[in-house]
Design a protein around this ligand. Structure first.
Ligand code: XMP
Length: 533
């Protein structure tokens, strides 16, 4: 991989919205800034997260309609608190400070902030004293009992000059403040979380009424622009290669490239044999049809099984699979002549989570392609790096991606190998695929999948006693896991009805004689993780 990628036009500001309406979120390190920008996109306004220390000139270069200061763990009265450039608060551009963002705004403009007696976390009653302009939505007019989600220790005690109180908590603390003439607003609570009813309405009031955004950003604009951009960047005759895993992101990248530069692009799908039952066949048939002649499938199932022989440690499994993937991909790519670009499906959360949102590019850390050797002299193309998962899904659907792939659940790169505890063998893979397929079929039949982030089976590696035809036998223990999540970072186990679990367990033990018991995982993340290895 050459190092030009950071300067490559596709890796920086790839997407400038043609609506000309951008909101900048300055990230003060709280876990909420991604959620804030997700909500802004939901309100159909384009937004970008920048680090809190970004100089005002750089922020203004994006011509933002408004700026949001996110929450964060800092305290304004401690030494060296995280600060934004003071020029951000000069009143030229509307600013909304959330939690720490509000405290920073208050303290820097002449108010005071103090440490509260105890940390306030959770739902709190909200009393609106000034509905205009943040709380004028019908939601607030129609609801007598309002509440909001707090997560803070510090609070604003005295307002800066020019500000007035817009809302208080039940205990009388300042929950919202505003300086109307300078368009500066602050919220002590978190409007971006689902626990604040009407939170999206507050954000919409800021976006539409205060920043005068029209809310016409849509992923459709994205497709037209991405196609134009790719055509401008890839010169005729230059070739682009795409590692297609069959997951949502790489599938959308493949379709986008096909639409932009059809004849100069090739996708490689490495079948490592570690996918769920029938998935490789589905991926193969979908892309053979959609990409017509530009889809290369490599059957590497035996190679991977050979490499996995005798390996039981989870990290070693991951390493072996990663290395073998790279080798197969490299051999295939080199056998096909010269390529100038490697396309991969990095999306916005990958960039923010890797800390690379200041404009540098990092290869998706857990991605299969994440360690291609330097001697493959490609420049990286990441056309989805400004999109969230749900936006990628919508782009995919608009590009004609069949639902079976558009709604595919997240799947680990090392596949079922990390759901087989202990050594991976062909027989164990088959066993897990069978049990997993039964669980999947039943979940989909009852439509639980609409509410679930992931659902799958794990072959635990434990043997337990069972009874078959009146005899004691030893068989495998299969674990079922079904979870809800919004981003995979935290998760909760799903309360599947007992009757449903009973039915699935009966089917699995009846249809797969090698399985003696079925158990259900009731561990949230944290303290557990989603996968078992
Ligand atoms: P954990 O197990 O860390 O998983 O709670 C969080 C999410 O990441 C997925 N996952 C992976 N994805 N390569 C990937 O592309 C991997 O090695 C990998 N390991 C876990 C997991 O399925 C869940 O959605």
């Amino acid at each position: 991989m050459n190092n030009q990628k950071n300067d490559h036009p596709l890796t920086k500001d790839y997407l400038t919205p043609n609506t000309g309406e951008t909101i900048i979120v300055l990230n003060f390190g709280g876990q909420y800034s991604m959620l804030i920008s997700r909500r802004i996109r939901e309100a159909k306004v384009y937004c970008k997260i920048l680090p809190y220390y970004t100089p005002a000139a750089e922020v203004f270069r994006h011509s933002p309609r408004g700026i949001i200061l996110s929450g964060g763990p800092g305290s304004v009265y401690l030494e060296n608190p995280p600060e934004c450039d003071p020029a951000i608060l000069n009143g030229e551009i509307p600013v909304l400070g959330i939690c720490y963002g509000m405290q920073l705004m208050a303290s820097r403009l002449g108010g005071s902030v103090e440490r509260g007696r105890k940390k306030e976390v959770g739902r709190t009653g909200l009393i609106i004293t000034e509905p205009e302009p943040l709380f004028n939505h019908s939601f607030f007019k129609d609801n007598d009992s309002l509440s909001c989600w707090m997560s803070h220790q510090d609070e604003v005690i005295n307002l800066p000059p020019g500000f007035s109180v817009l809302a208080r908590t039940e205990s009388g603390a300042i929950a919202a403040m505003g300086d109307f003439s300078h368009h500066l607003y602050g919220l002590q609570f978190h409007p971006e979380v689902s626990h604040t009813p009407g939170g999206l309405d507050i954000l919409k009031s800021f976006l539409y009424d205060i920043c005068h955004c029209s809310g016409n950003w849509a992923p459709l604009n994205f497709i037209e622009q991405a196609v134009m951009k790719i055509r401008n960047i890839v010169n005729p005759g230059e070739k682009v290669i795409c590692a297609l895993s069959g997951g949502l992101d790489s599938s959308v990248v493949a379709l986008l490239l096909n639409k932009s530069i059809g004849k100069d692009f090739v996708s490689i799908f490495v079948d490592h044999g570690l996918l769920r039952r029938d998935e490789a066949r589905t991926i193969s048939s979908v892309f053979r049809e959609q990409l017509q002649g530009k889809f290369i499938e490599v059957d590497a199932r035996d190679r991977f099984l050979q490499k996995l022989k005798g390996i039981t440690l989870p990290e070693e499994k991951r390493k072996v699979i990663g290395a073998e993937f790279i080798e197969v991909f490299r051999e295939t790519a080199l056998s096909m002549g010269n390529f100038s670009y490697l396309a991969q499906g990095t999306i916005y959360p990958d960039i923010v989570e890797s800390g690379a949102d200041a404009g540098t590019a990092t290869i998706k850390s857990h991605h299969n392609v994440g360690g291609l050797p330097d001697n493959l002299n490609f420049t990286l193309i990441e056309p989805l790096r400004d999109l969230f998962k749900d936006e990628v899904r919508e782009v995919g659907r608009r590009l004609g991606l069949p639902e079976v792939i558009a709604s595919r659940q997240p799947f680990p790169g090392p596949g079922l190998a990390v759901r087989i505890i202990g050594e991976v063998t062909a027989a164990k893979l088959e066993l897990l695929q069978e049990a997993d397929a039964i669980f999947r079929e039943e979940i989909e039949k009852e439509n639980f999948n609409d509410e679930l982030w992931q659902f799958f089976a794990i072959l635990t590696g434990i043997q337990a006693v069972g009874i078959r035809q009146g005899k004691r036998v030893y068989g495998s223990v299969i674990c079922l896991r079904a979870i809800t999540s919004t981003d995979g970072m935290t998760a909760d186990w799903y309360r599947l009805p007992y009757e449903f679990l009973h039915h699935v367990s009966t089917r699995i033990t009846a249809e797969i004689p090698q399985i003696a018991r079925v158990v259900y995982d009731i561990t949230a993340k944290p303290p557990g993780t989603i996968e078992w290895e």
